[in-house]
Design a protein. Structure first.
Length: 95
């Protein structure tokens, strides 16, 4: 993860957000989508972690994450072990 360049990381987050995470394509990520993204259903802490990430990154407290909110707090997502973010980014490296 440490080898990821910041600009590249932000760009990748942006693209992956649009193509992958925002499953209902409304331009926001809600808690459900965050949960789907961060972990398989059997992962015990997925719900708590999703709530935590949404709470921390949701600067206007509308319970939805916009691209701007996610990019603003991208280090939170990258730093979360639950999201396995480095691996997720690597997987989408072709974008
Ligand atoms: Ca959505
Ligand atoms: Ca928000």
């Amino acid at each position: 993860m440490c080898i990821l360049n910041k600009n590249k990381t932000l760009k990748t987050i942006y693209i992956v957000f649009l193509r992958v995470w925002d499953t209902n394509k409304d331009g926001f990520m809600d808690e459900h989508e965050v949960k789907e993204w961060i972990a398989p259903p059997e992962f015990d802490h997925a719900e708590a972690e999703a709530r935590h990430l949404v709470f921390e990154a949701d600067s206007d407290a509308d319970e939805k994450l916009t691209k701007a909110e996610i990019l603003d707090k991208y280090d939170l997502f990258v730093g979360s072990q639950a999201t396995d973010f480095g691996e997720a980014l690597a997987r989408h490296d072709e974008f």
